[in-house]
Design a protein around this ligand. Structure first.
Ligand code: DOR
Length: 437
């Protein structure tokens, strides 16, 4: 199905500024931008609304294949669409973990059947799949878990890491927590079963040491490195001191600068448990500053759903992770309304940067010829995030009960409306993202 439409009178966030204009869309692409552009297809009067490029979430866990009672590629992509997210990059810690070209091909085939937005996938690194990592076609990158988290992927030995960094040129994205440091801490605190201990076990030193090692290997081998979900002030300081000509990019999750310890563990218990952990306000402030100053390039959610029942277990048994793909844009629009950042910064962090860093063809900006991935938002709409009213299969959010101002109201993927009037148009399908790096 090829829809066409002309969106009139929106405040459009263009690469050079926010301008009131019209945007015409056909054949999945942006055809014209300007005042009084010729009508194509359906006319949408968007006066009073704001048009952004579709949000790109460069880190989600949609649990498919294998753990689909928590989420699947269809429900995860519906949650994305409801949150204004038109493209996502999904992690390989599935069951089985996606560590071969064959498993990747199956996952892509399944995604084509299920996803209502555009999709791209990471291949998971092990200590024995180097050939697969380098030969698999069209993936966004190699994911390395340097410390263990959900699933069985782990490459913690420096020699194994060096082997991956030294051989090949594809982007490496790291979950940077030192397995050795966490094991030492675990032994120290093994008697204490309190979720407030989570950031003591997975502490600042664990994050810093792993990030230092990844940075060292990237600089040594001139290898493209993306540091996922940064969490500490110490890491921001380290990244501030990098040599100019590095190939390193950095990401942060909203929860790491919006939810702070110890309060989050008191109010949310194990719902606040994720890896790397939520930390104190000093880290949150440093992360926000790092983002504003360009030390951190982009925002991802690390959407990692677990059911309320699974989360309702004591610390030690409860799994780590929280949903987020549906709430990241409203959280950031709320920040715009509070005067903390601008719409253009939001577009830089959530659209342009992920598209550029991962080399996503046709994505990230509203420009003629780009893919028609768009989100219309109402900057005045106020709504309270509510468990039970979300599209993610687990249907809870760490932001339950919080009112936010600024919500997506219409999400357009490749020129087709996928989310509108609070509902998903279920028969639309997204496309595989093409990576040109
Ligand atoms: O908290 C987390 N949950 N961190 C990860 O690295 C993985 C994720 C998951 O898949 O549950």
């Amino acid at each position: 199905m090829n829809a066409s439409m002309t969106i009139r009178h929106a405040q459009v966030v263009l690469p050079h500024g926010v301008v009131e204009c019209d945007v015409a869309v056909a054949d999945g692409k942006i055809q014209a931008i300007g005042t009084n552009v010729s009508q194509i297809g359906e006319e949408i009067d968007a006066a009073g609304l704001t048009l952004l490029p579709g949000i790109i979430d460069p880190q989600v866990h949609f649990r498919d294949p294998g753990v689909t009672h928590k989420e699947d590629l269809h429900t995860g992509s519906c949650a994305a669409a409801a949150g204004g997210v038109t493209s996502f990059l999904d992690m390989p810690n599935n069951k089985p973990s996606i560590v071969t070209a064959e498993l990747m091909a199956e996952k892509k085939k399944d995604a084509a059947q299920k996803c209502v937005v555009n999709y791209g996938f990471f291949i998971g690194a092990t200590s024995y799949n180097l050939t697969e990592l380098n030969q698999v076609k069209n993936v966004c990158g190699i994911k390395i878990f340097m410390g263990s988290s959900t699933g069985d992927l782990l490459v913690s030995d420096e020699k194994d890491l060096e082997n991956i960094f030294a051989n090949g040129s594809r982007l490496i994205a790291v979950h940077a927590e030192s397995e050795a440091v966490m094991q030492e801490n675990n032994a120290l605190f093994s008697e204490i079963h309190d979720v407030a201990m989570h950031p003591r076990i997975r502490d600042e030193a664990a994050a810093l040491q792993a990030t230092e090692l990844a940075v060292k290997l990237s600089l040594k081998y001139n290898r493209r490195l993306h540091i996922l979900h940064l969490t500490t002030e110490e890491e921001v300081q380290l990244l501030r001191r990098l040599p100019q000509d590095n190939k390193i990019s950095v990401e942060v999750c909203p929860q790491h600068f919006m939810l702070t310890a110890p309060e989050c563990y008191q109010t949310l218990g194990t719902l606040a448990q994720m890896n790397p952990p939520l930390r104190t306000a000093r880290h949150g402030k440093a992360l926000w500053k790092g983002l504003k100053e360009g030390i951190i390039d982009c925002i991802a959610t690390d959407h990692a759903p677990h059911t309320l029942q699974e989360k309702d277990q004591p610390y030690g048994k409860a799994p780590s992770g929280m949903p987020g793909v549906e709430t990241s844009l409203p959280l950031m629009l709320n920040r715009v309304n509070q005067g903390e950042c601008t719409l253009q910064e939001v577009v830089k962090w959530m659209c342009e940067a992920p598209a550029r860093l991962y080399g996503m063809k046709g994505k990230g900006n509203i420009e003629v010829g780009m893919d028609a991935d768009l989100v219309l938002v109402d900057m005045n709409q106020k709504k309270t995030v509510s468990n039970g009213q979300l599209f993610t299969k687990v249907n809870w959010s760490p932001y339950h009960g919080i009112e936010l101002q600024g919500w997506p109201i219409r999400t357009i993927v490749n020129g087709q409306t996928v989310f509108w009037e609070g509902k998903i148009i279920e028969n639309i399908r997204g496309q595989e993202i093409e990576f040109v790096n």
